[in-house]
Design a protein around this ligand. Structure first.
Ligand SMILES: Nc1ncnc2c1ncn2[C@@H]1O[C@H](COP(=O)(O)OP(=O)(O)O)[C@@H](O)[C@H]1O
Ligand SMILES: [Mg+2]
Length: 264
């Protein structure tokens, strides 16, 4: 395995006045490797520290102590510029409502500052087309559906052609039908590129994890531990109702019950 991201021996706690020792421990001696080119799904209950983990990988949040926060063999703390190889997709689309979808993507390009300006127009066209929004990029967020807004937010990240995409429950606020369509669009985009980007996708949705992941990392409630790590070696495109995906989903439900003490 070639690790794209390696977190080594992370400790993180937050102040919490309701506890006798005044702290809530989120991670203790926590380590995690994410394989290059994988679609890694971090699956865990709300509050276990999934968003926190993305923020640590991105360098936005510093753990209390860590032996390593390593991207491509280099520690992020000695090379903060590494975070410009990463782009975020959040739970809500977070588009600027006074800018068109294309201008929002441009905002993403300006933010990371990794693509030369003369390529912006082509990149924007290319990725809006790739998610089926070729004709909608000149519309404003309020003129399009929630699913289209979330697609635009994926484009805003993807135009940077980042080596790592950090996706924090990007479809959890969408209705199930739209979410299913988004998963198809996302995996089509991801598998269409010869050299696949590394995706770190956070969710608390077990069936979503089974459908999307090449690698599943299941986390327990905080202080969070990895209670299951599993490859999902199924071809693309995947169907949510295929026997194979349903079998993985079942196994994940059992693992949650047995290893994390969470029943469904
Ligand atoms: N900046 C912060 N200050 C204090 N507590 C925080 C902060 N960020 C997160 N937490 C706490 O850390 C825990 C994990 O948060 P988070 O990573 O957002 O969970 P998840 O994304 O898995 O739902 C939660 O209990 C949350 O309240
Ligand atoms: Mg979260």
């Amino acid at each position: 395995m070639i690790p794209k991201v390696s977190l080594d021996n992370i400790d993180l706690s937050f102040p919490d006045a309701s506890r006798p020792d005044g702290r809530k421990v989120i991670y203790e001696d926590f380590s995690l490797q994410i394989e290059k080119g994988s679609f890694t799904v971090l699956l865990g209950p709300s509050g276990c520290g999934k968003s926190t983990l993305l923020n640590i990988i991105n360098g936005l949040l510093k753990p209390n102590t860590a032996r390593g926060i390593v991207i491509d063999g280099t520690d992020l703390r000695s090379e903060p510029d590494l975070s410009r190889q990463m782009a975020y997709v959040f739970q809500g689309p977070r588009l600027l409502r006074w800018k068109t979808l294309a201008e929002n993507a441009e905002f993403g390009l300006r933010g990371l500052g990794v693509q030369p300006r003369e390529k912006w127009r082509d990149l924007i066209d290319k990725y809006f087309r790739a998610v089926g929004l070729g004709d909608a990029q000149h519309l404003y967020p309020h003129q399009v559906s929630g699913g289209m807004r979330q697609r635009a937010s994926i484009v805003r990240a993807w135009v940077n052609e980042p080596q790592i995409l950090l996706m924090d429950e990007p479809f959890s606020h969408l209705d199930e039908i739209t979410a299913a369509e988004m998963r198809r669009i996302l995996t089509n985009l991801w598998t269409s590129e010869e050299e696949r980007r590394t995706i770190v996708f956070v969710t608390h949705d077990i069936s979503e994890a089974a459908q999307l992941a090449t690698d599943i990392i299941m986390l327990t409630p905080a202080p969070s531990k990895i209670c299951l790590r599993r490859k999902v070696d199924l071809p693309w495109p995947r169907r949510m109702d295929s026997d194979e995906v349903i079998a993985v989903e079942k196994e994940l439900r059992h693992a949650f019950a047995e290893r994390a003490g969470i029943g469904f």
